[in-house]
Design a binder for this molecule. Structure first.
Ligand SMILES: NC(=O)c1ccc[n+]([C@@H]2O[C@H](COP(=O)([O-])OP(=O)(O)OC[C@H]3O[C@@H](n4cnc5c(N)ncnc54)[C@H](OP(=O)(O)O)[C@@H]3O)[C@@H](O)[C@H]2O)c1
Length: 327
């Protein structure tokens, strides 16, 4: 396993990590969740990602039980939660980035995850209704109380991230360290264009999500629609419609041919392609079966195969290279 610094912080995260969205407490049983976490940890994964909204808090409860049972040394792993969407409550203040919800969400996550502090706490989306000062102060307060160690954002624009930095600098508070954006072969703009300046100036760790575009960047949707997958689950029709378009399937077919030419699988190629971007701190893997992790945890082996010539072939297939900003 390789470990990378999370942005400008001194914290090191494994370049492959494990997430729990749509799997823990939902698609898979608790026994499988435990097996997946143990397999990841035994292979050097030190970061486990979660959020208050995942399975309405159940995902954190499942992870918390596993952390308690395994008795892993608390110094050996990094665990996160995210605040914004709430854990199911619809009343005012049960969502958002106001001081009350940030404070209550943090306490609820600590309880569910069975930990005394969160290593990473993300603002899961920007909150247009809360002043930036209030959010930055609330995060700083939690750090001073020892309840969180680092705070960050998810799916914020570069402008919003910089506003948080400016407020933090002005008030002499601790600013955001990391962002959690979607990044995969289909979805590149934030990581390869919008954030480029921030990587160079204030620094930004990135814990990227959906590296396989919810499983589309594998060979499994190229034949008959498979059983027991995320996109086939009832309730996920919205995700299937968005993820599995004819254009994407055509690209996937071409990428799969290239992966076979390179004597690897498309899943591994797609993850290695993310790892190769040096602005990626960690690629969060998702898995519903042990065989998924057996495959994706070995993706680092494929990085050396991504030569300039192979990169060019990939760009020709994808045809979606973001326009580079002029600076
Ligand atoms: N901040 C945010 O807004 C946000 C949003 C989404 C996710 N996330 C985080 O990012 C993590 C990863 O995202 P993700 O789960 O969407 O990642 P992903 O890698 O795009 O999709 C994971 C899914 O792909 C399939 N898969 C994985 N490995 C496979 C393999 N080797 N062969 C075939 N299929 C494979 C599995 O689905 P099947 O069950 O269909 O096989 C698995 O659950 C989440 O768990 C969460 O922690 C964050």
């Amino acid at each position: 396993m390789e470990y990378r610094r999370l942005g400008n912080s001194g914290l090191k995260v494994s370049v492959l990590s494990l997430g729990s969205w749509l799997t823990f407490g939902h698609q898979i049983n608790d026994d499988m969740a435990e097996k997946l976490m143990i397999k990841a940890y035994d292979n050097g994964v030190n970061f486990f990602d979660n959020a208050e909204i995942y399975a309405q808090g159940k995902s954190e409860k499942v992870m918390g039980k596993i952390l308690k049972k395994t008795k892993w040394d608390r110094t050996s792993y990094v665990v996160s939660s995210k605040v914004f969407f709430g854990d199911g409550g619809k009343l005012p203040n049960q969502t958002g980035l106001n001081r009350k919800h940030i404070f209550e969400a943090c306490h609820a996550a600590l309880k569910r995850l069975n930990v005394e502090y969160l290593d990473l706490f993300f603002c899961h989306r920007p909150d247009k209704e809360t002043p930036m000062e209030e959010t930055v102060w609330a995060m700083n307060h939690l750090i001073q109380q020892g309840k969180i160690l680092y705070w960050g954002t998810s799916e914020w624009s570069a402008q919003e991230i910089m506003e948080a930095h400016m407020v933090a600098k002005d008030l002499r508070l601790i600013g955001p360290v990391m962002e959690q954006p979607q990044y995969n072969m289909f979805h590149r703009n934030k990581m390869e264009s919008e954030y480029l300046k921030i990587f160079k100036t204030v620094g930004l760790g990135t814990t990227i999500w959906s590296p396989l575009a919810s499983g589309v960047l594998t060979d499994k949707y190229l034949g008959k629609f498979p059983k027991g997958t995320r996109l086939g689950m009832s309730g996920n029709e919205w995700l299937k419609e968005r993820s599995l378009t004819p254009e994407r399937l055509e690209i996937t077919r071409n990428l799969n041919d290239l992966a076979l030419e390179l004597d690897t699988s498309l899943a591994k190629l797609a993850i290695a392609w993310c790892i190769k971007n040096e602005n990626v701190s960690t690629v969060i893997l998702g898995a519903s079966k042990l065989k998924h992790l057996s495959e994706t945890l070995t993706s680092l082996d494929v990085v050396p195969k991504l030569t300039t010539e192979v990169d060019e072939k990939i760009e020709a297939i994808l045809n979606n290279k973001p326009v580079q900003p002029a600076f």
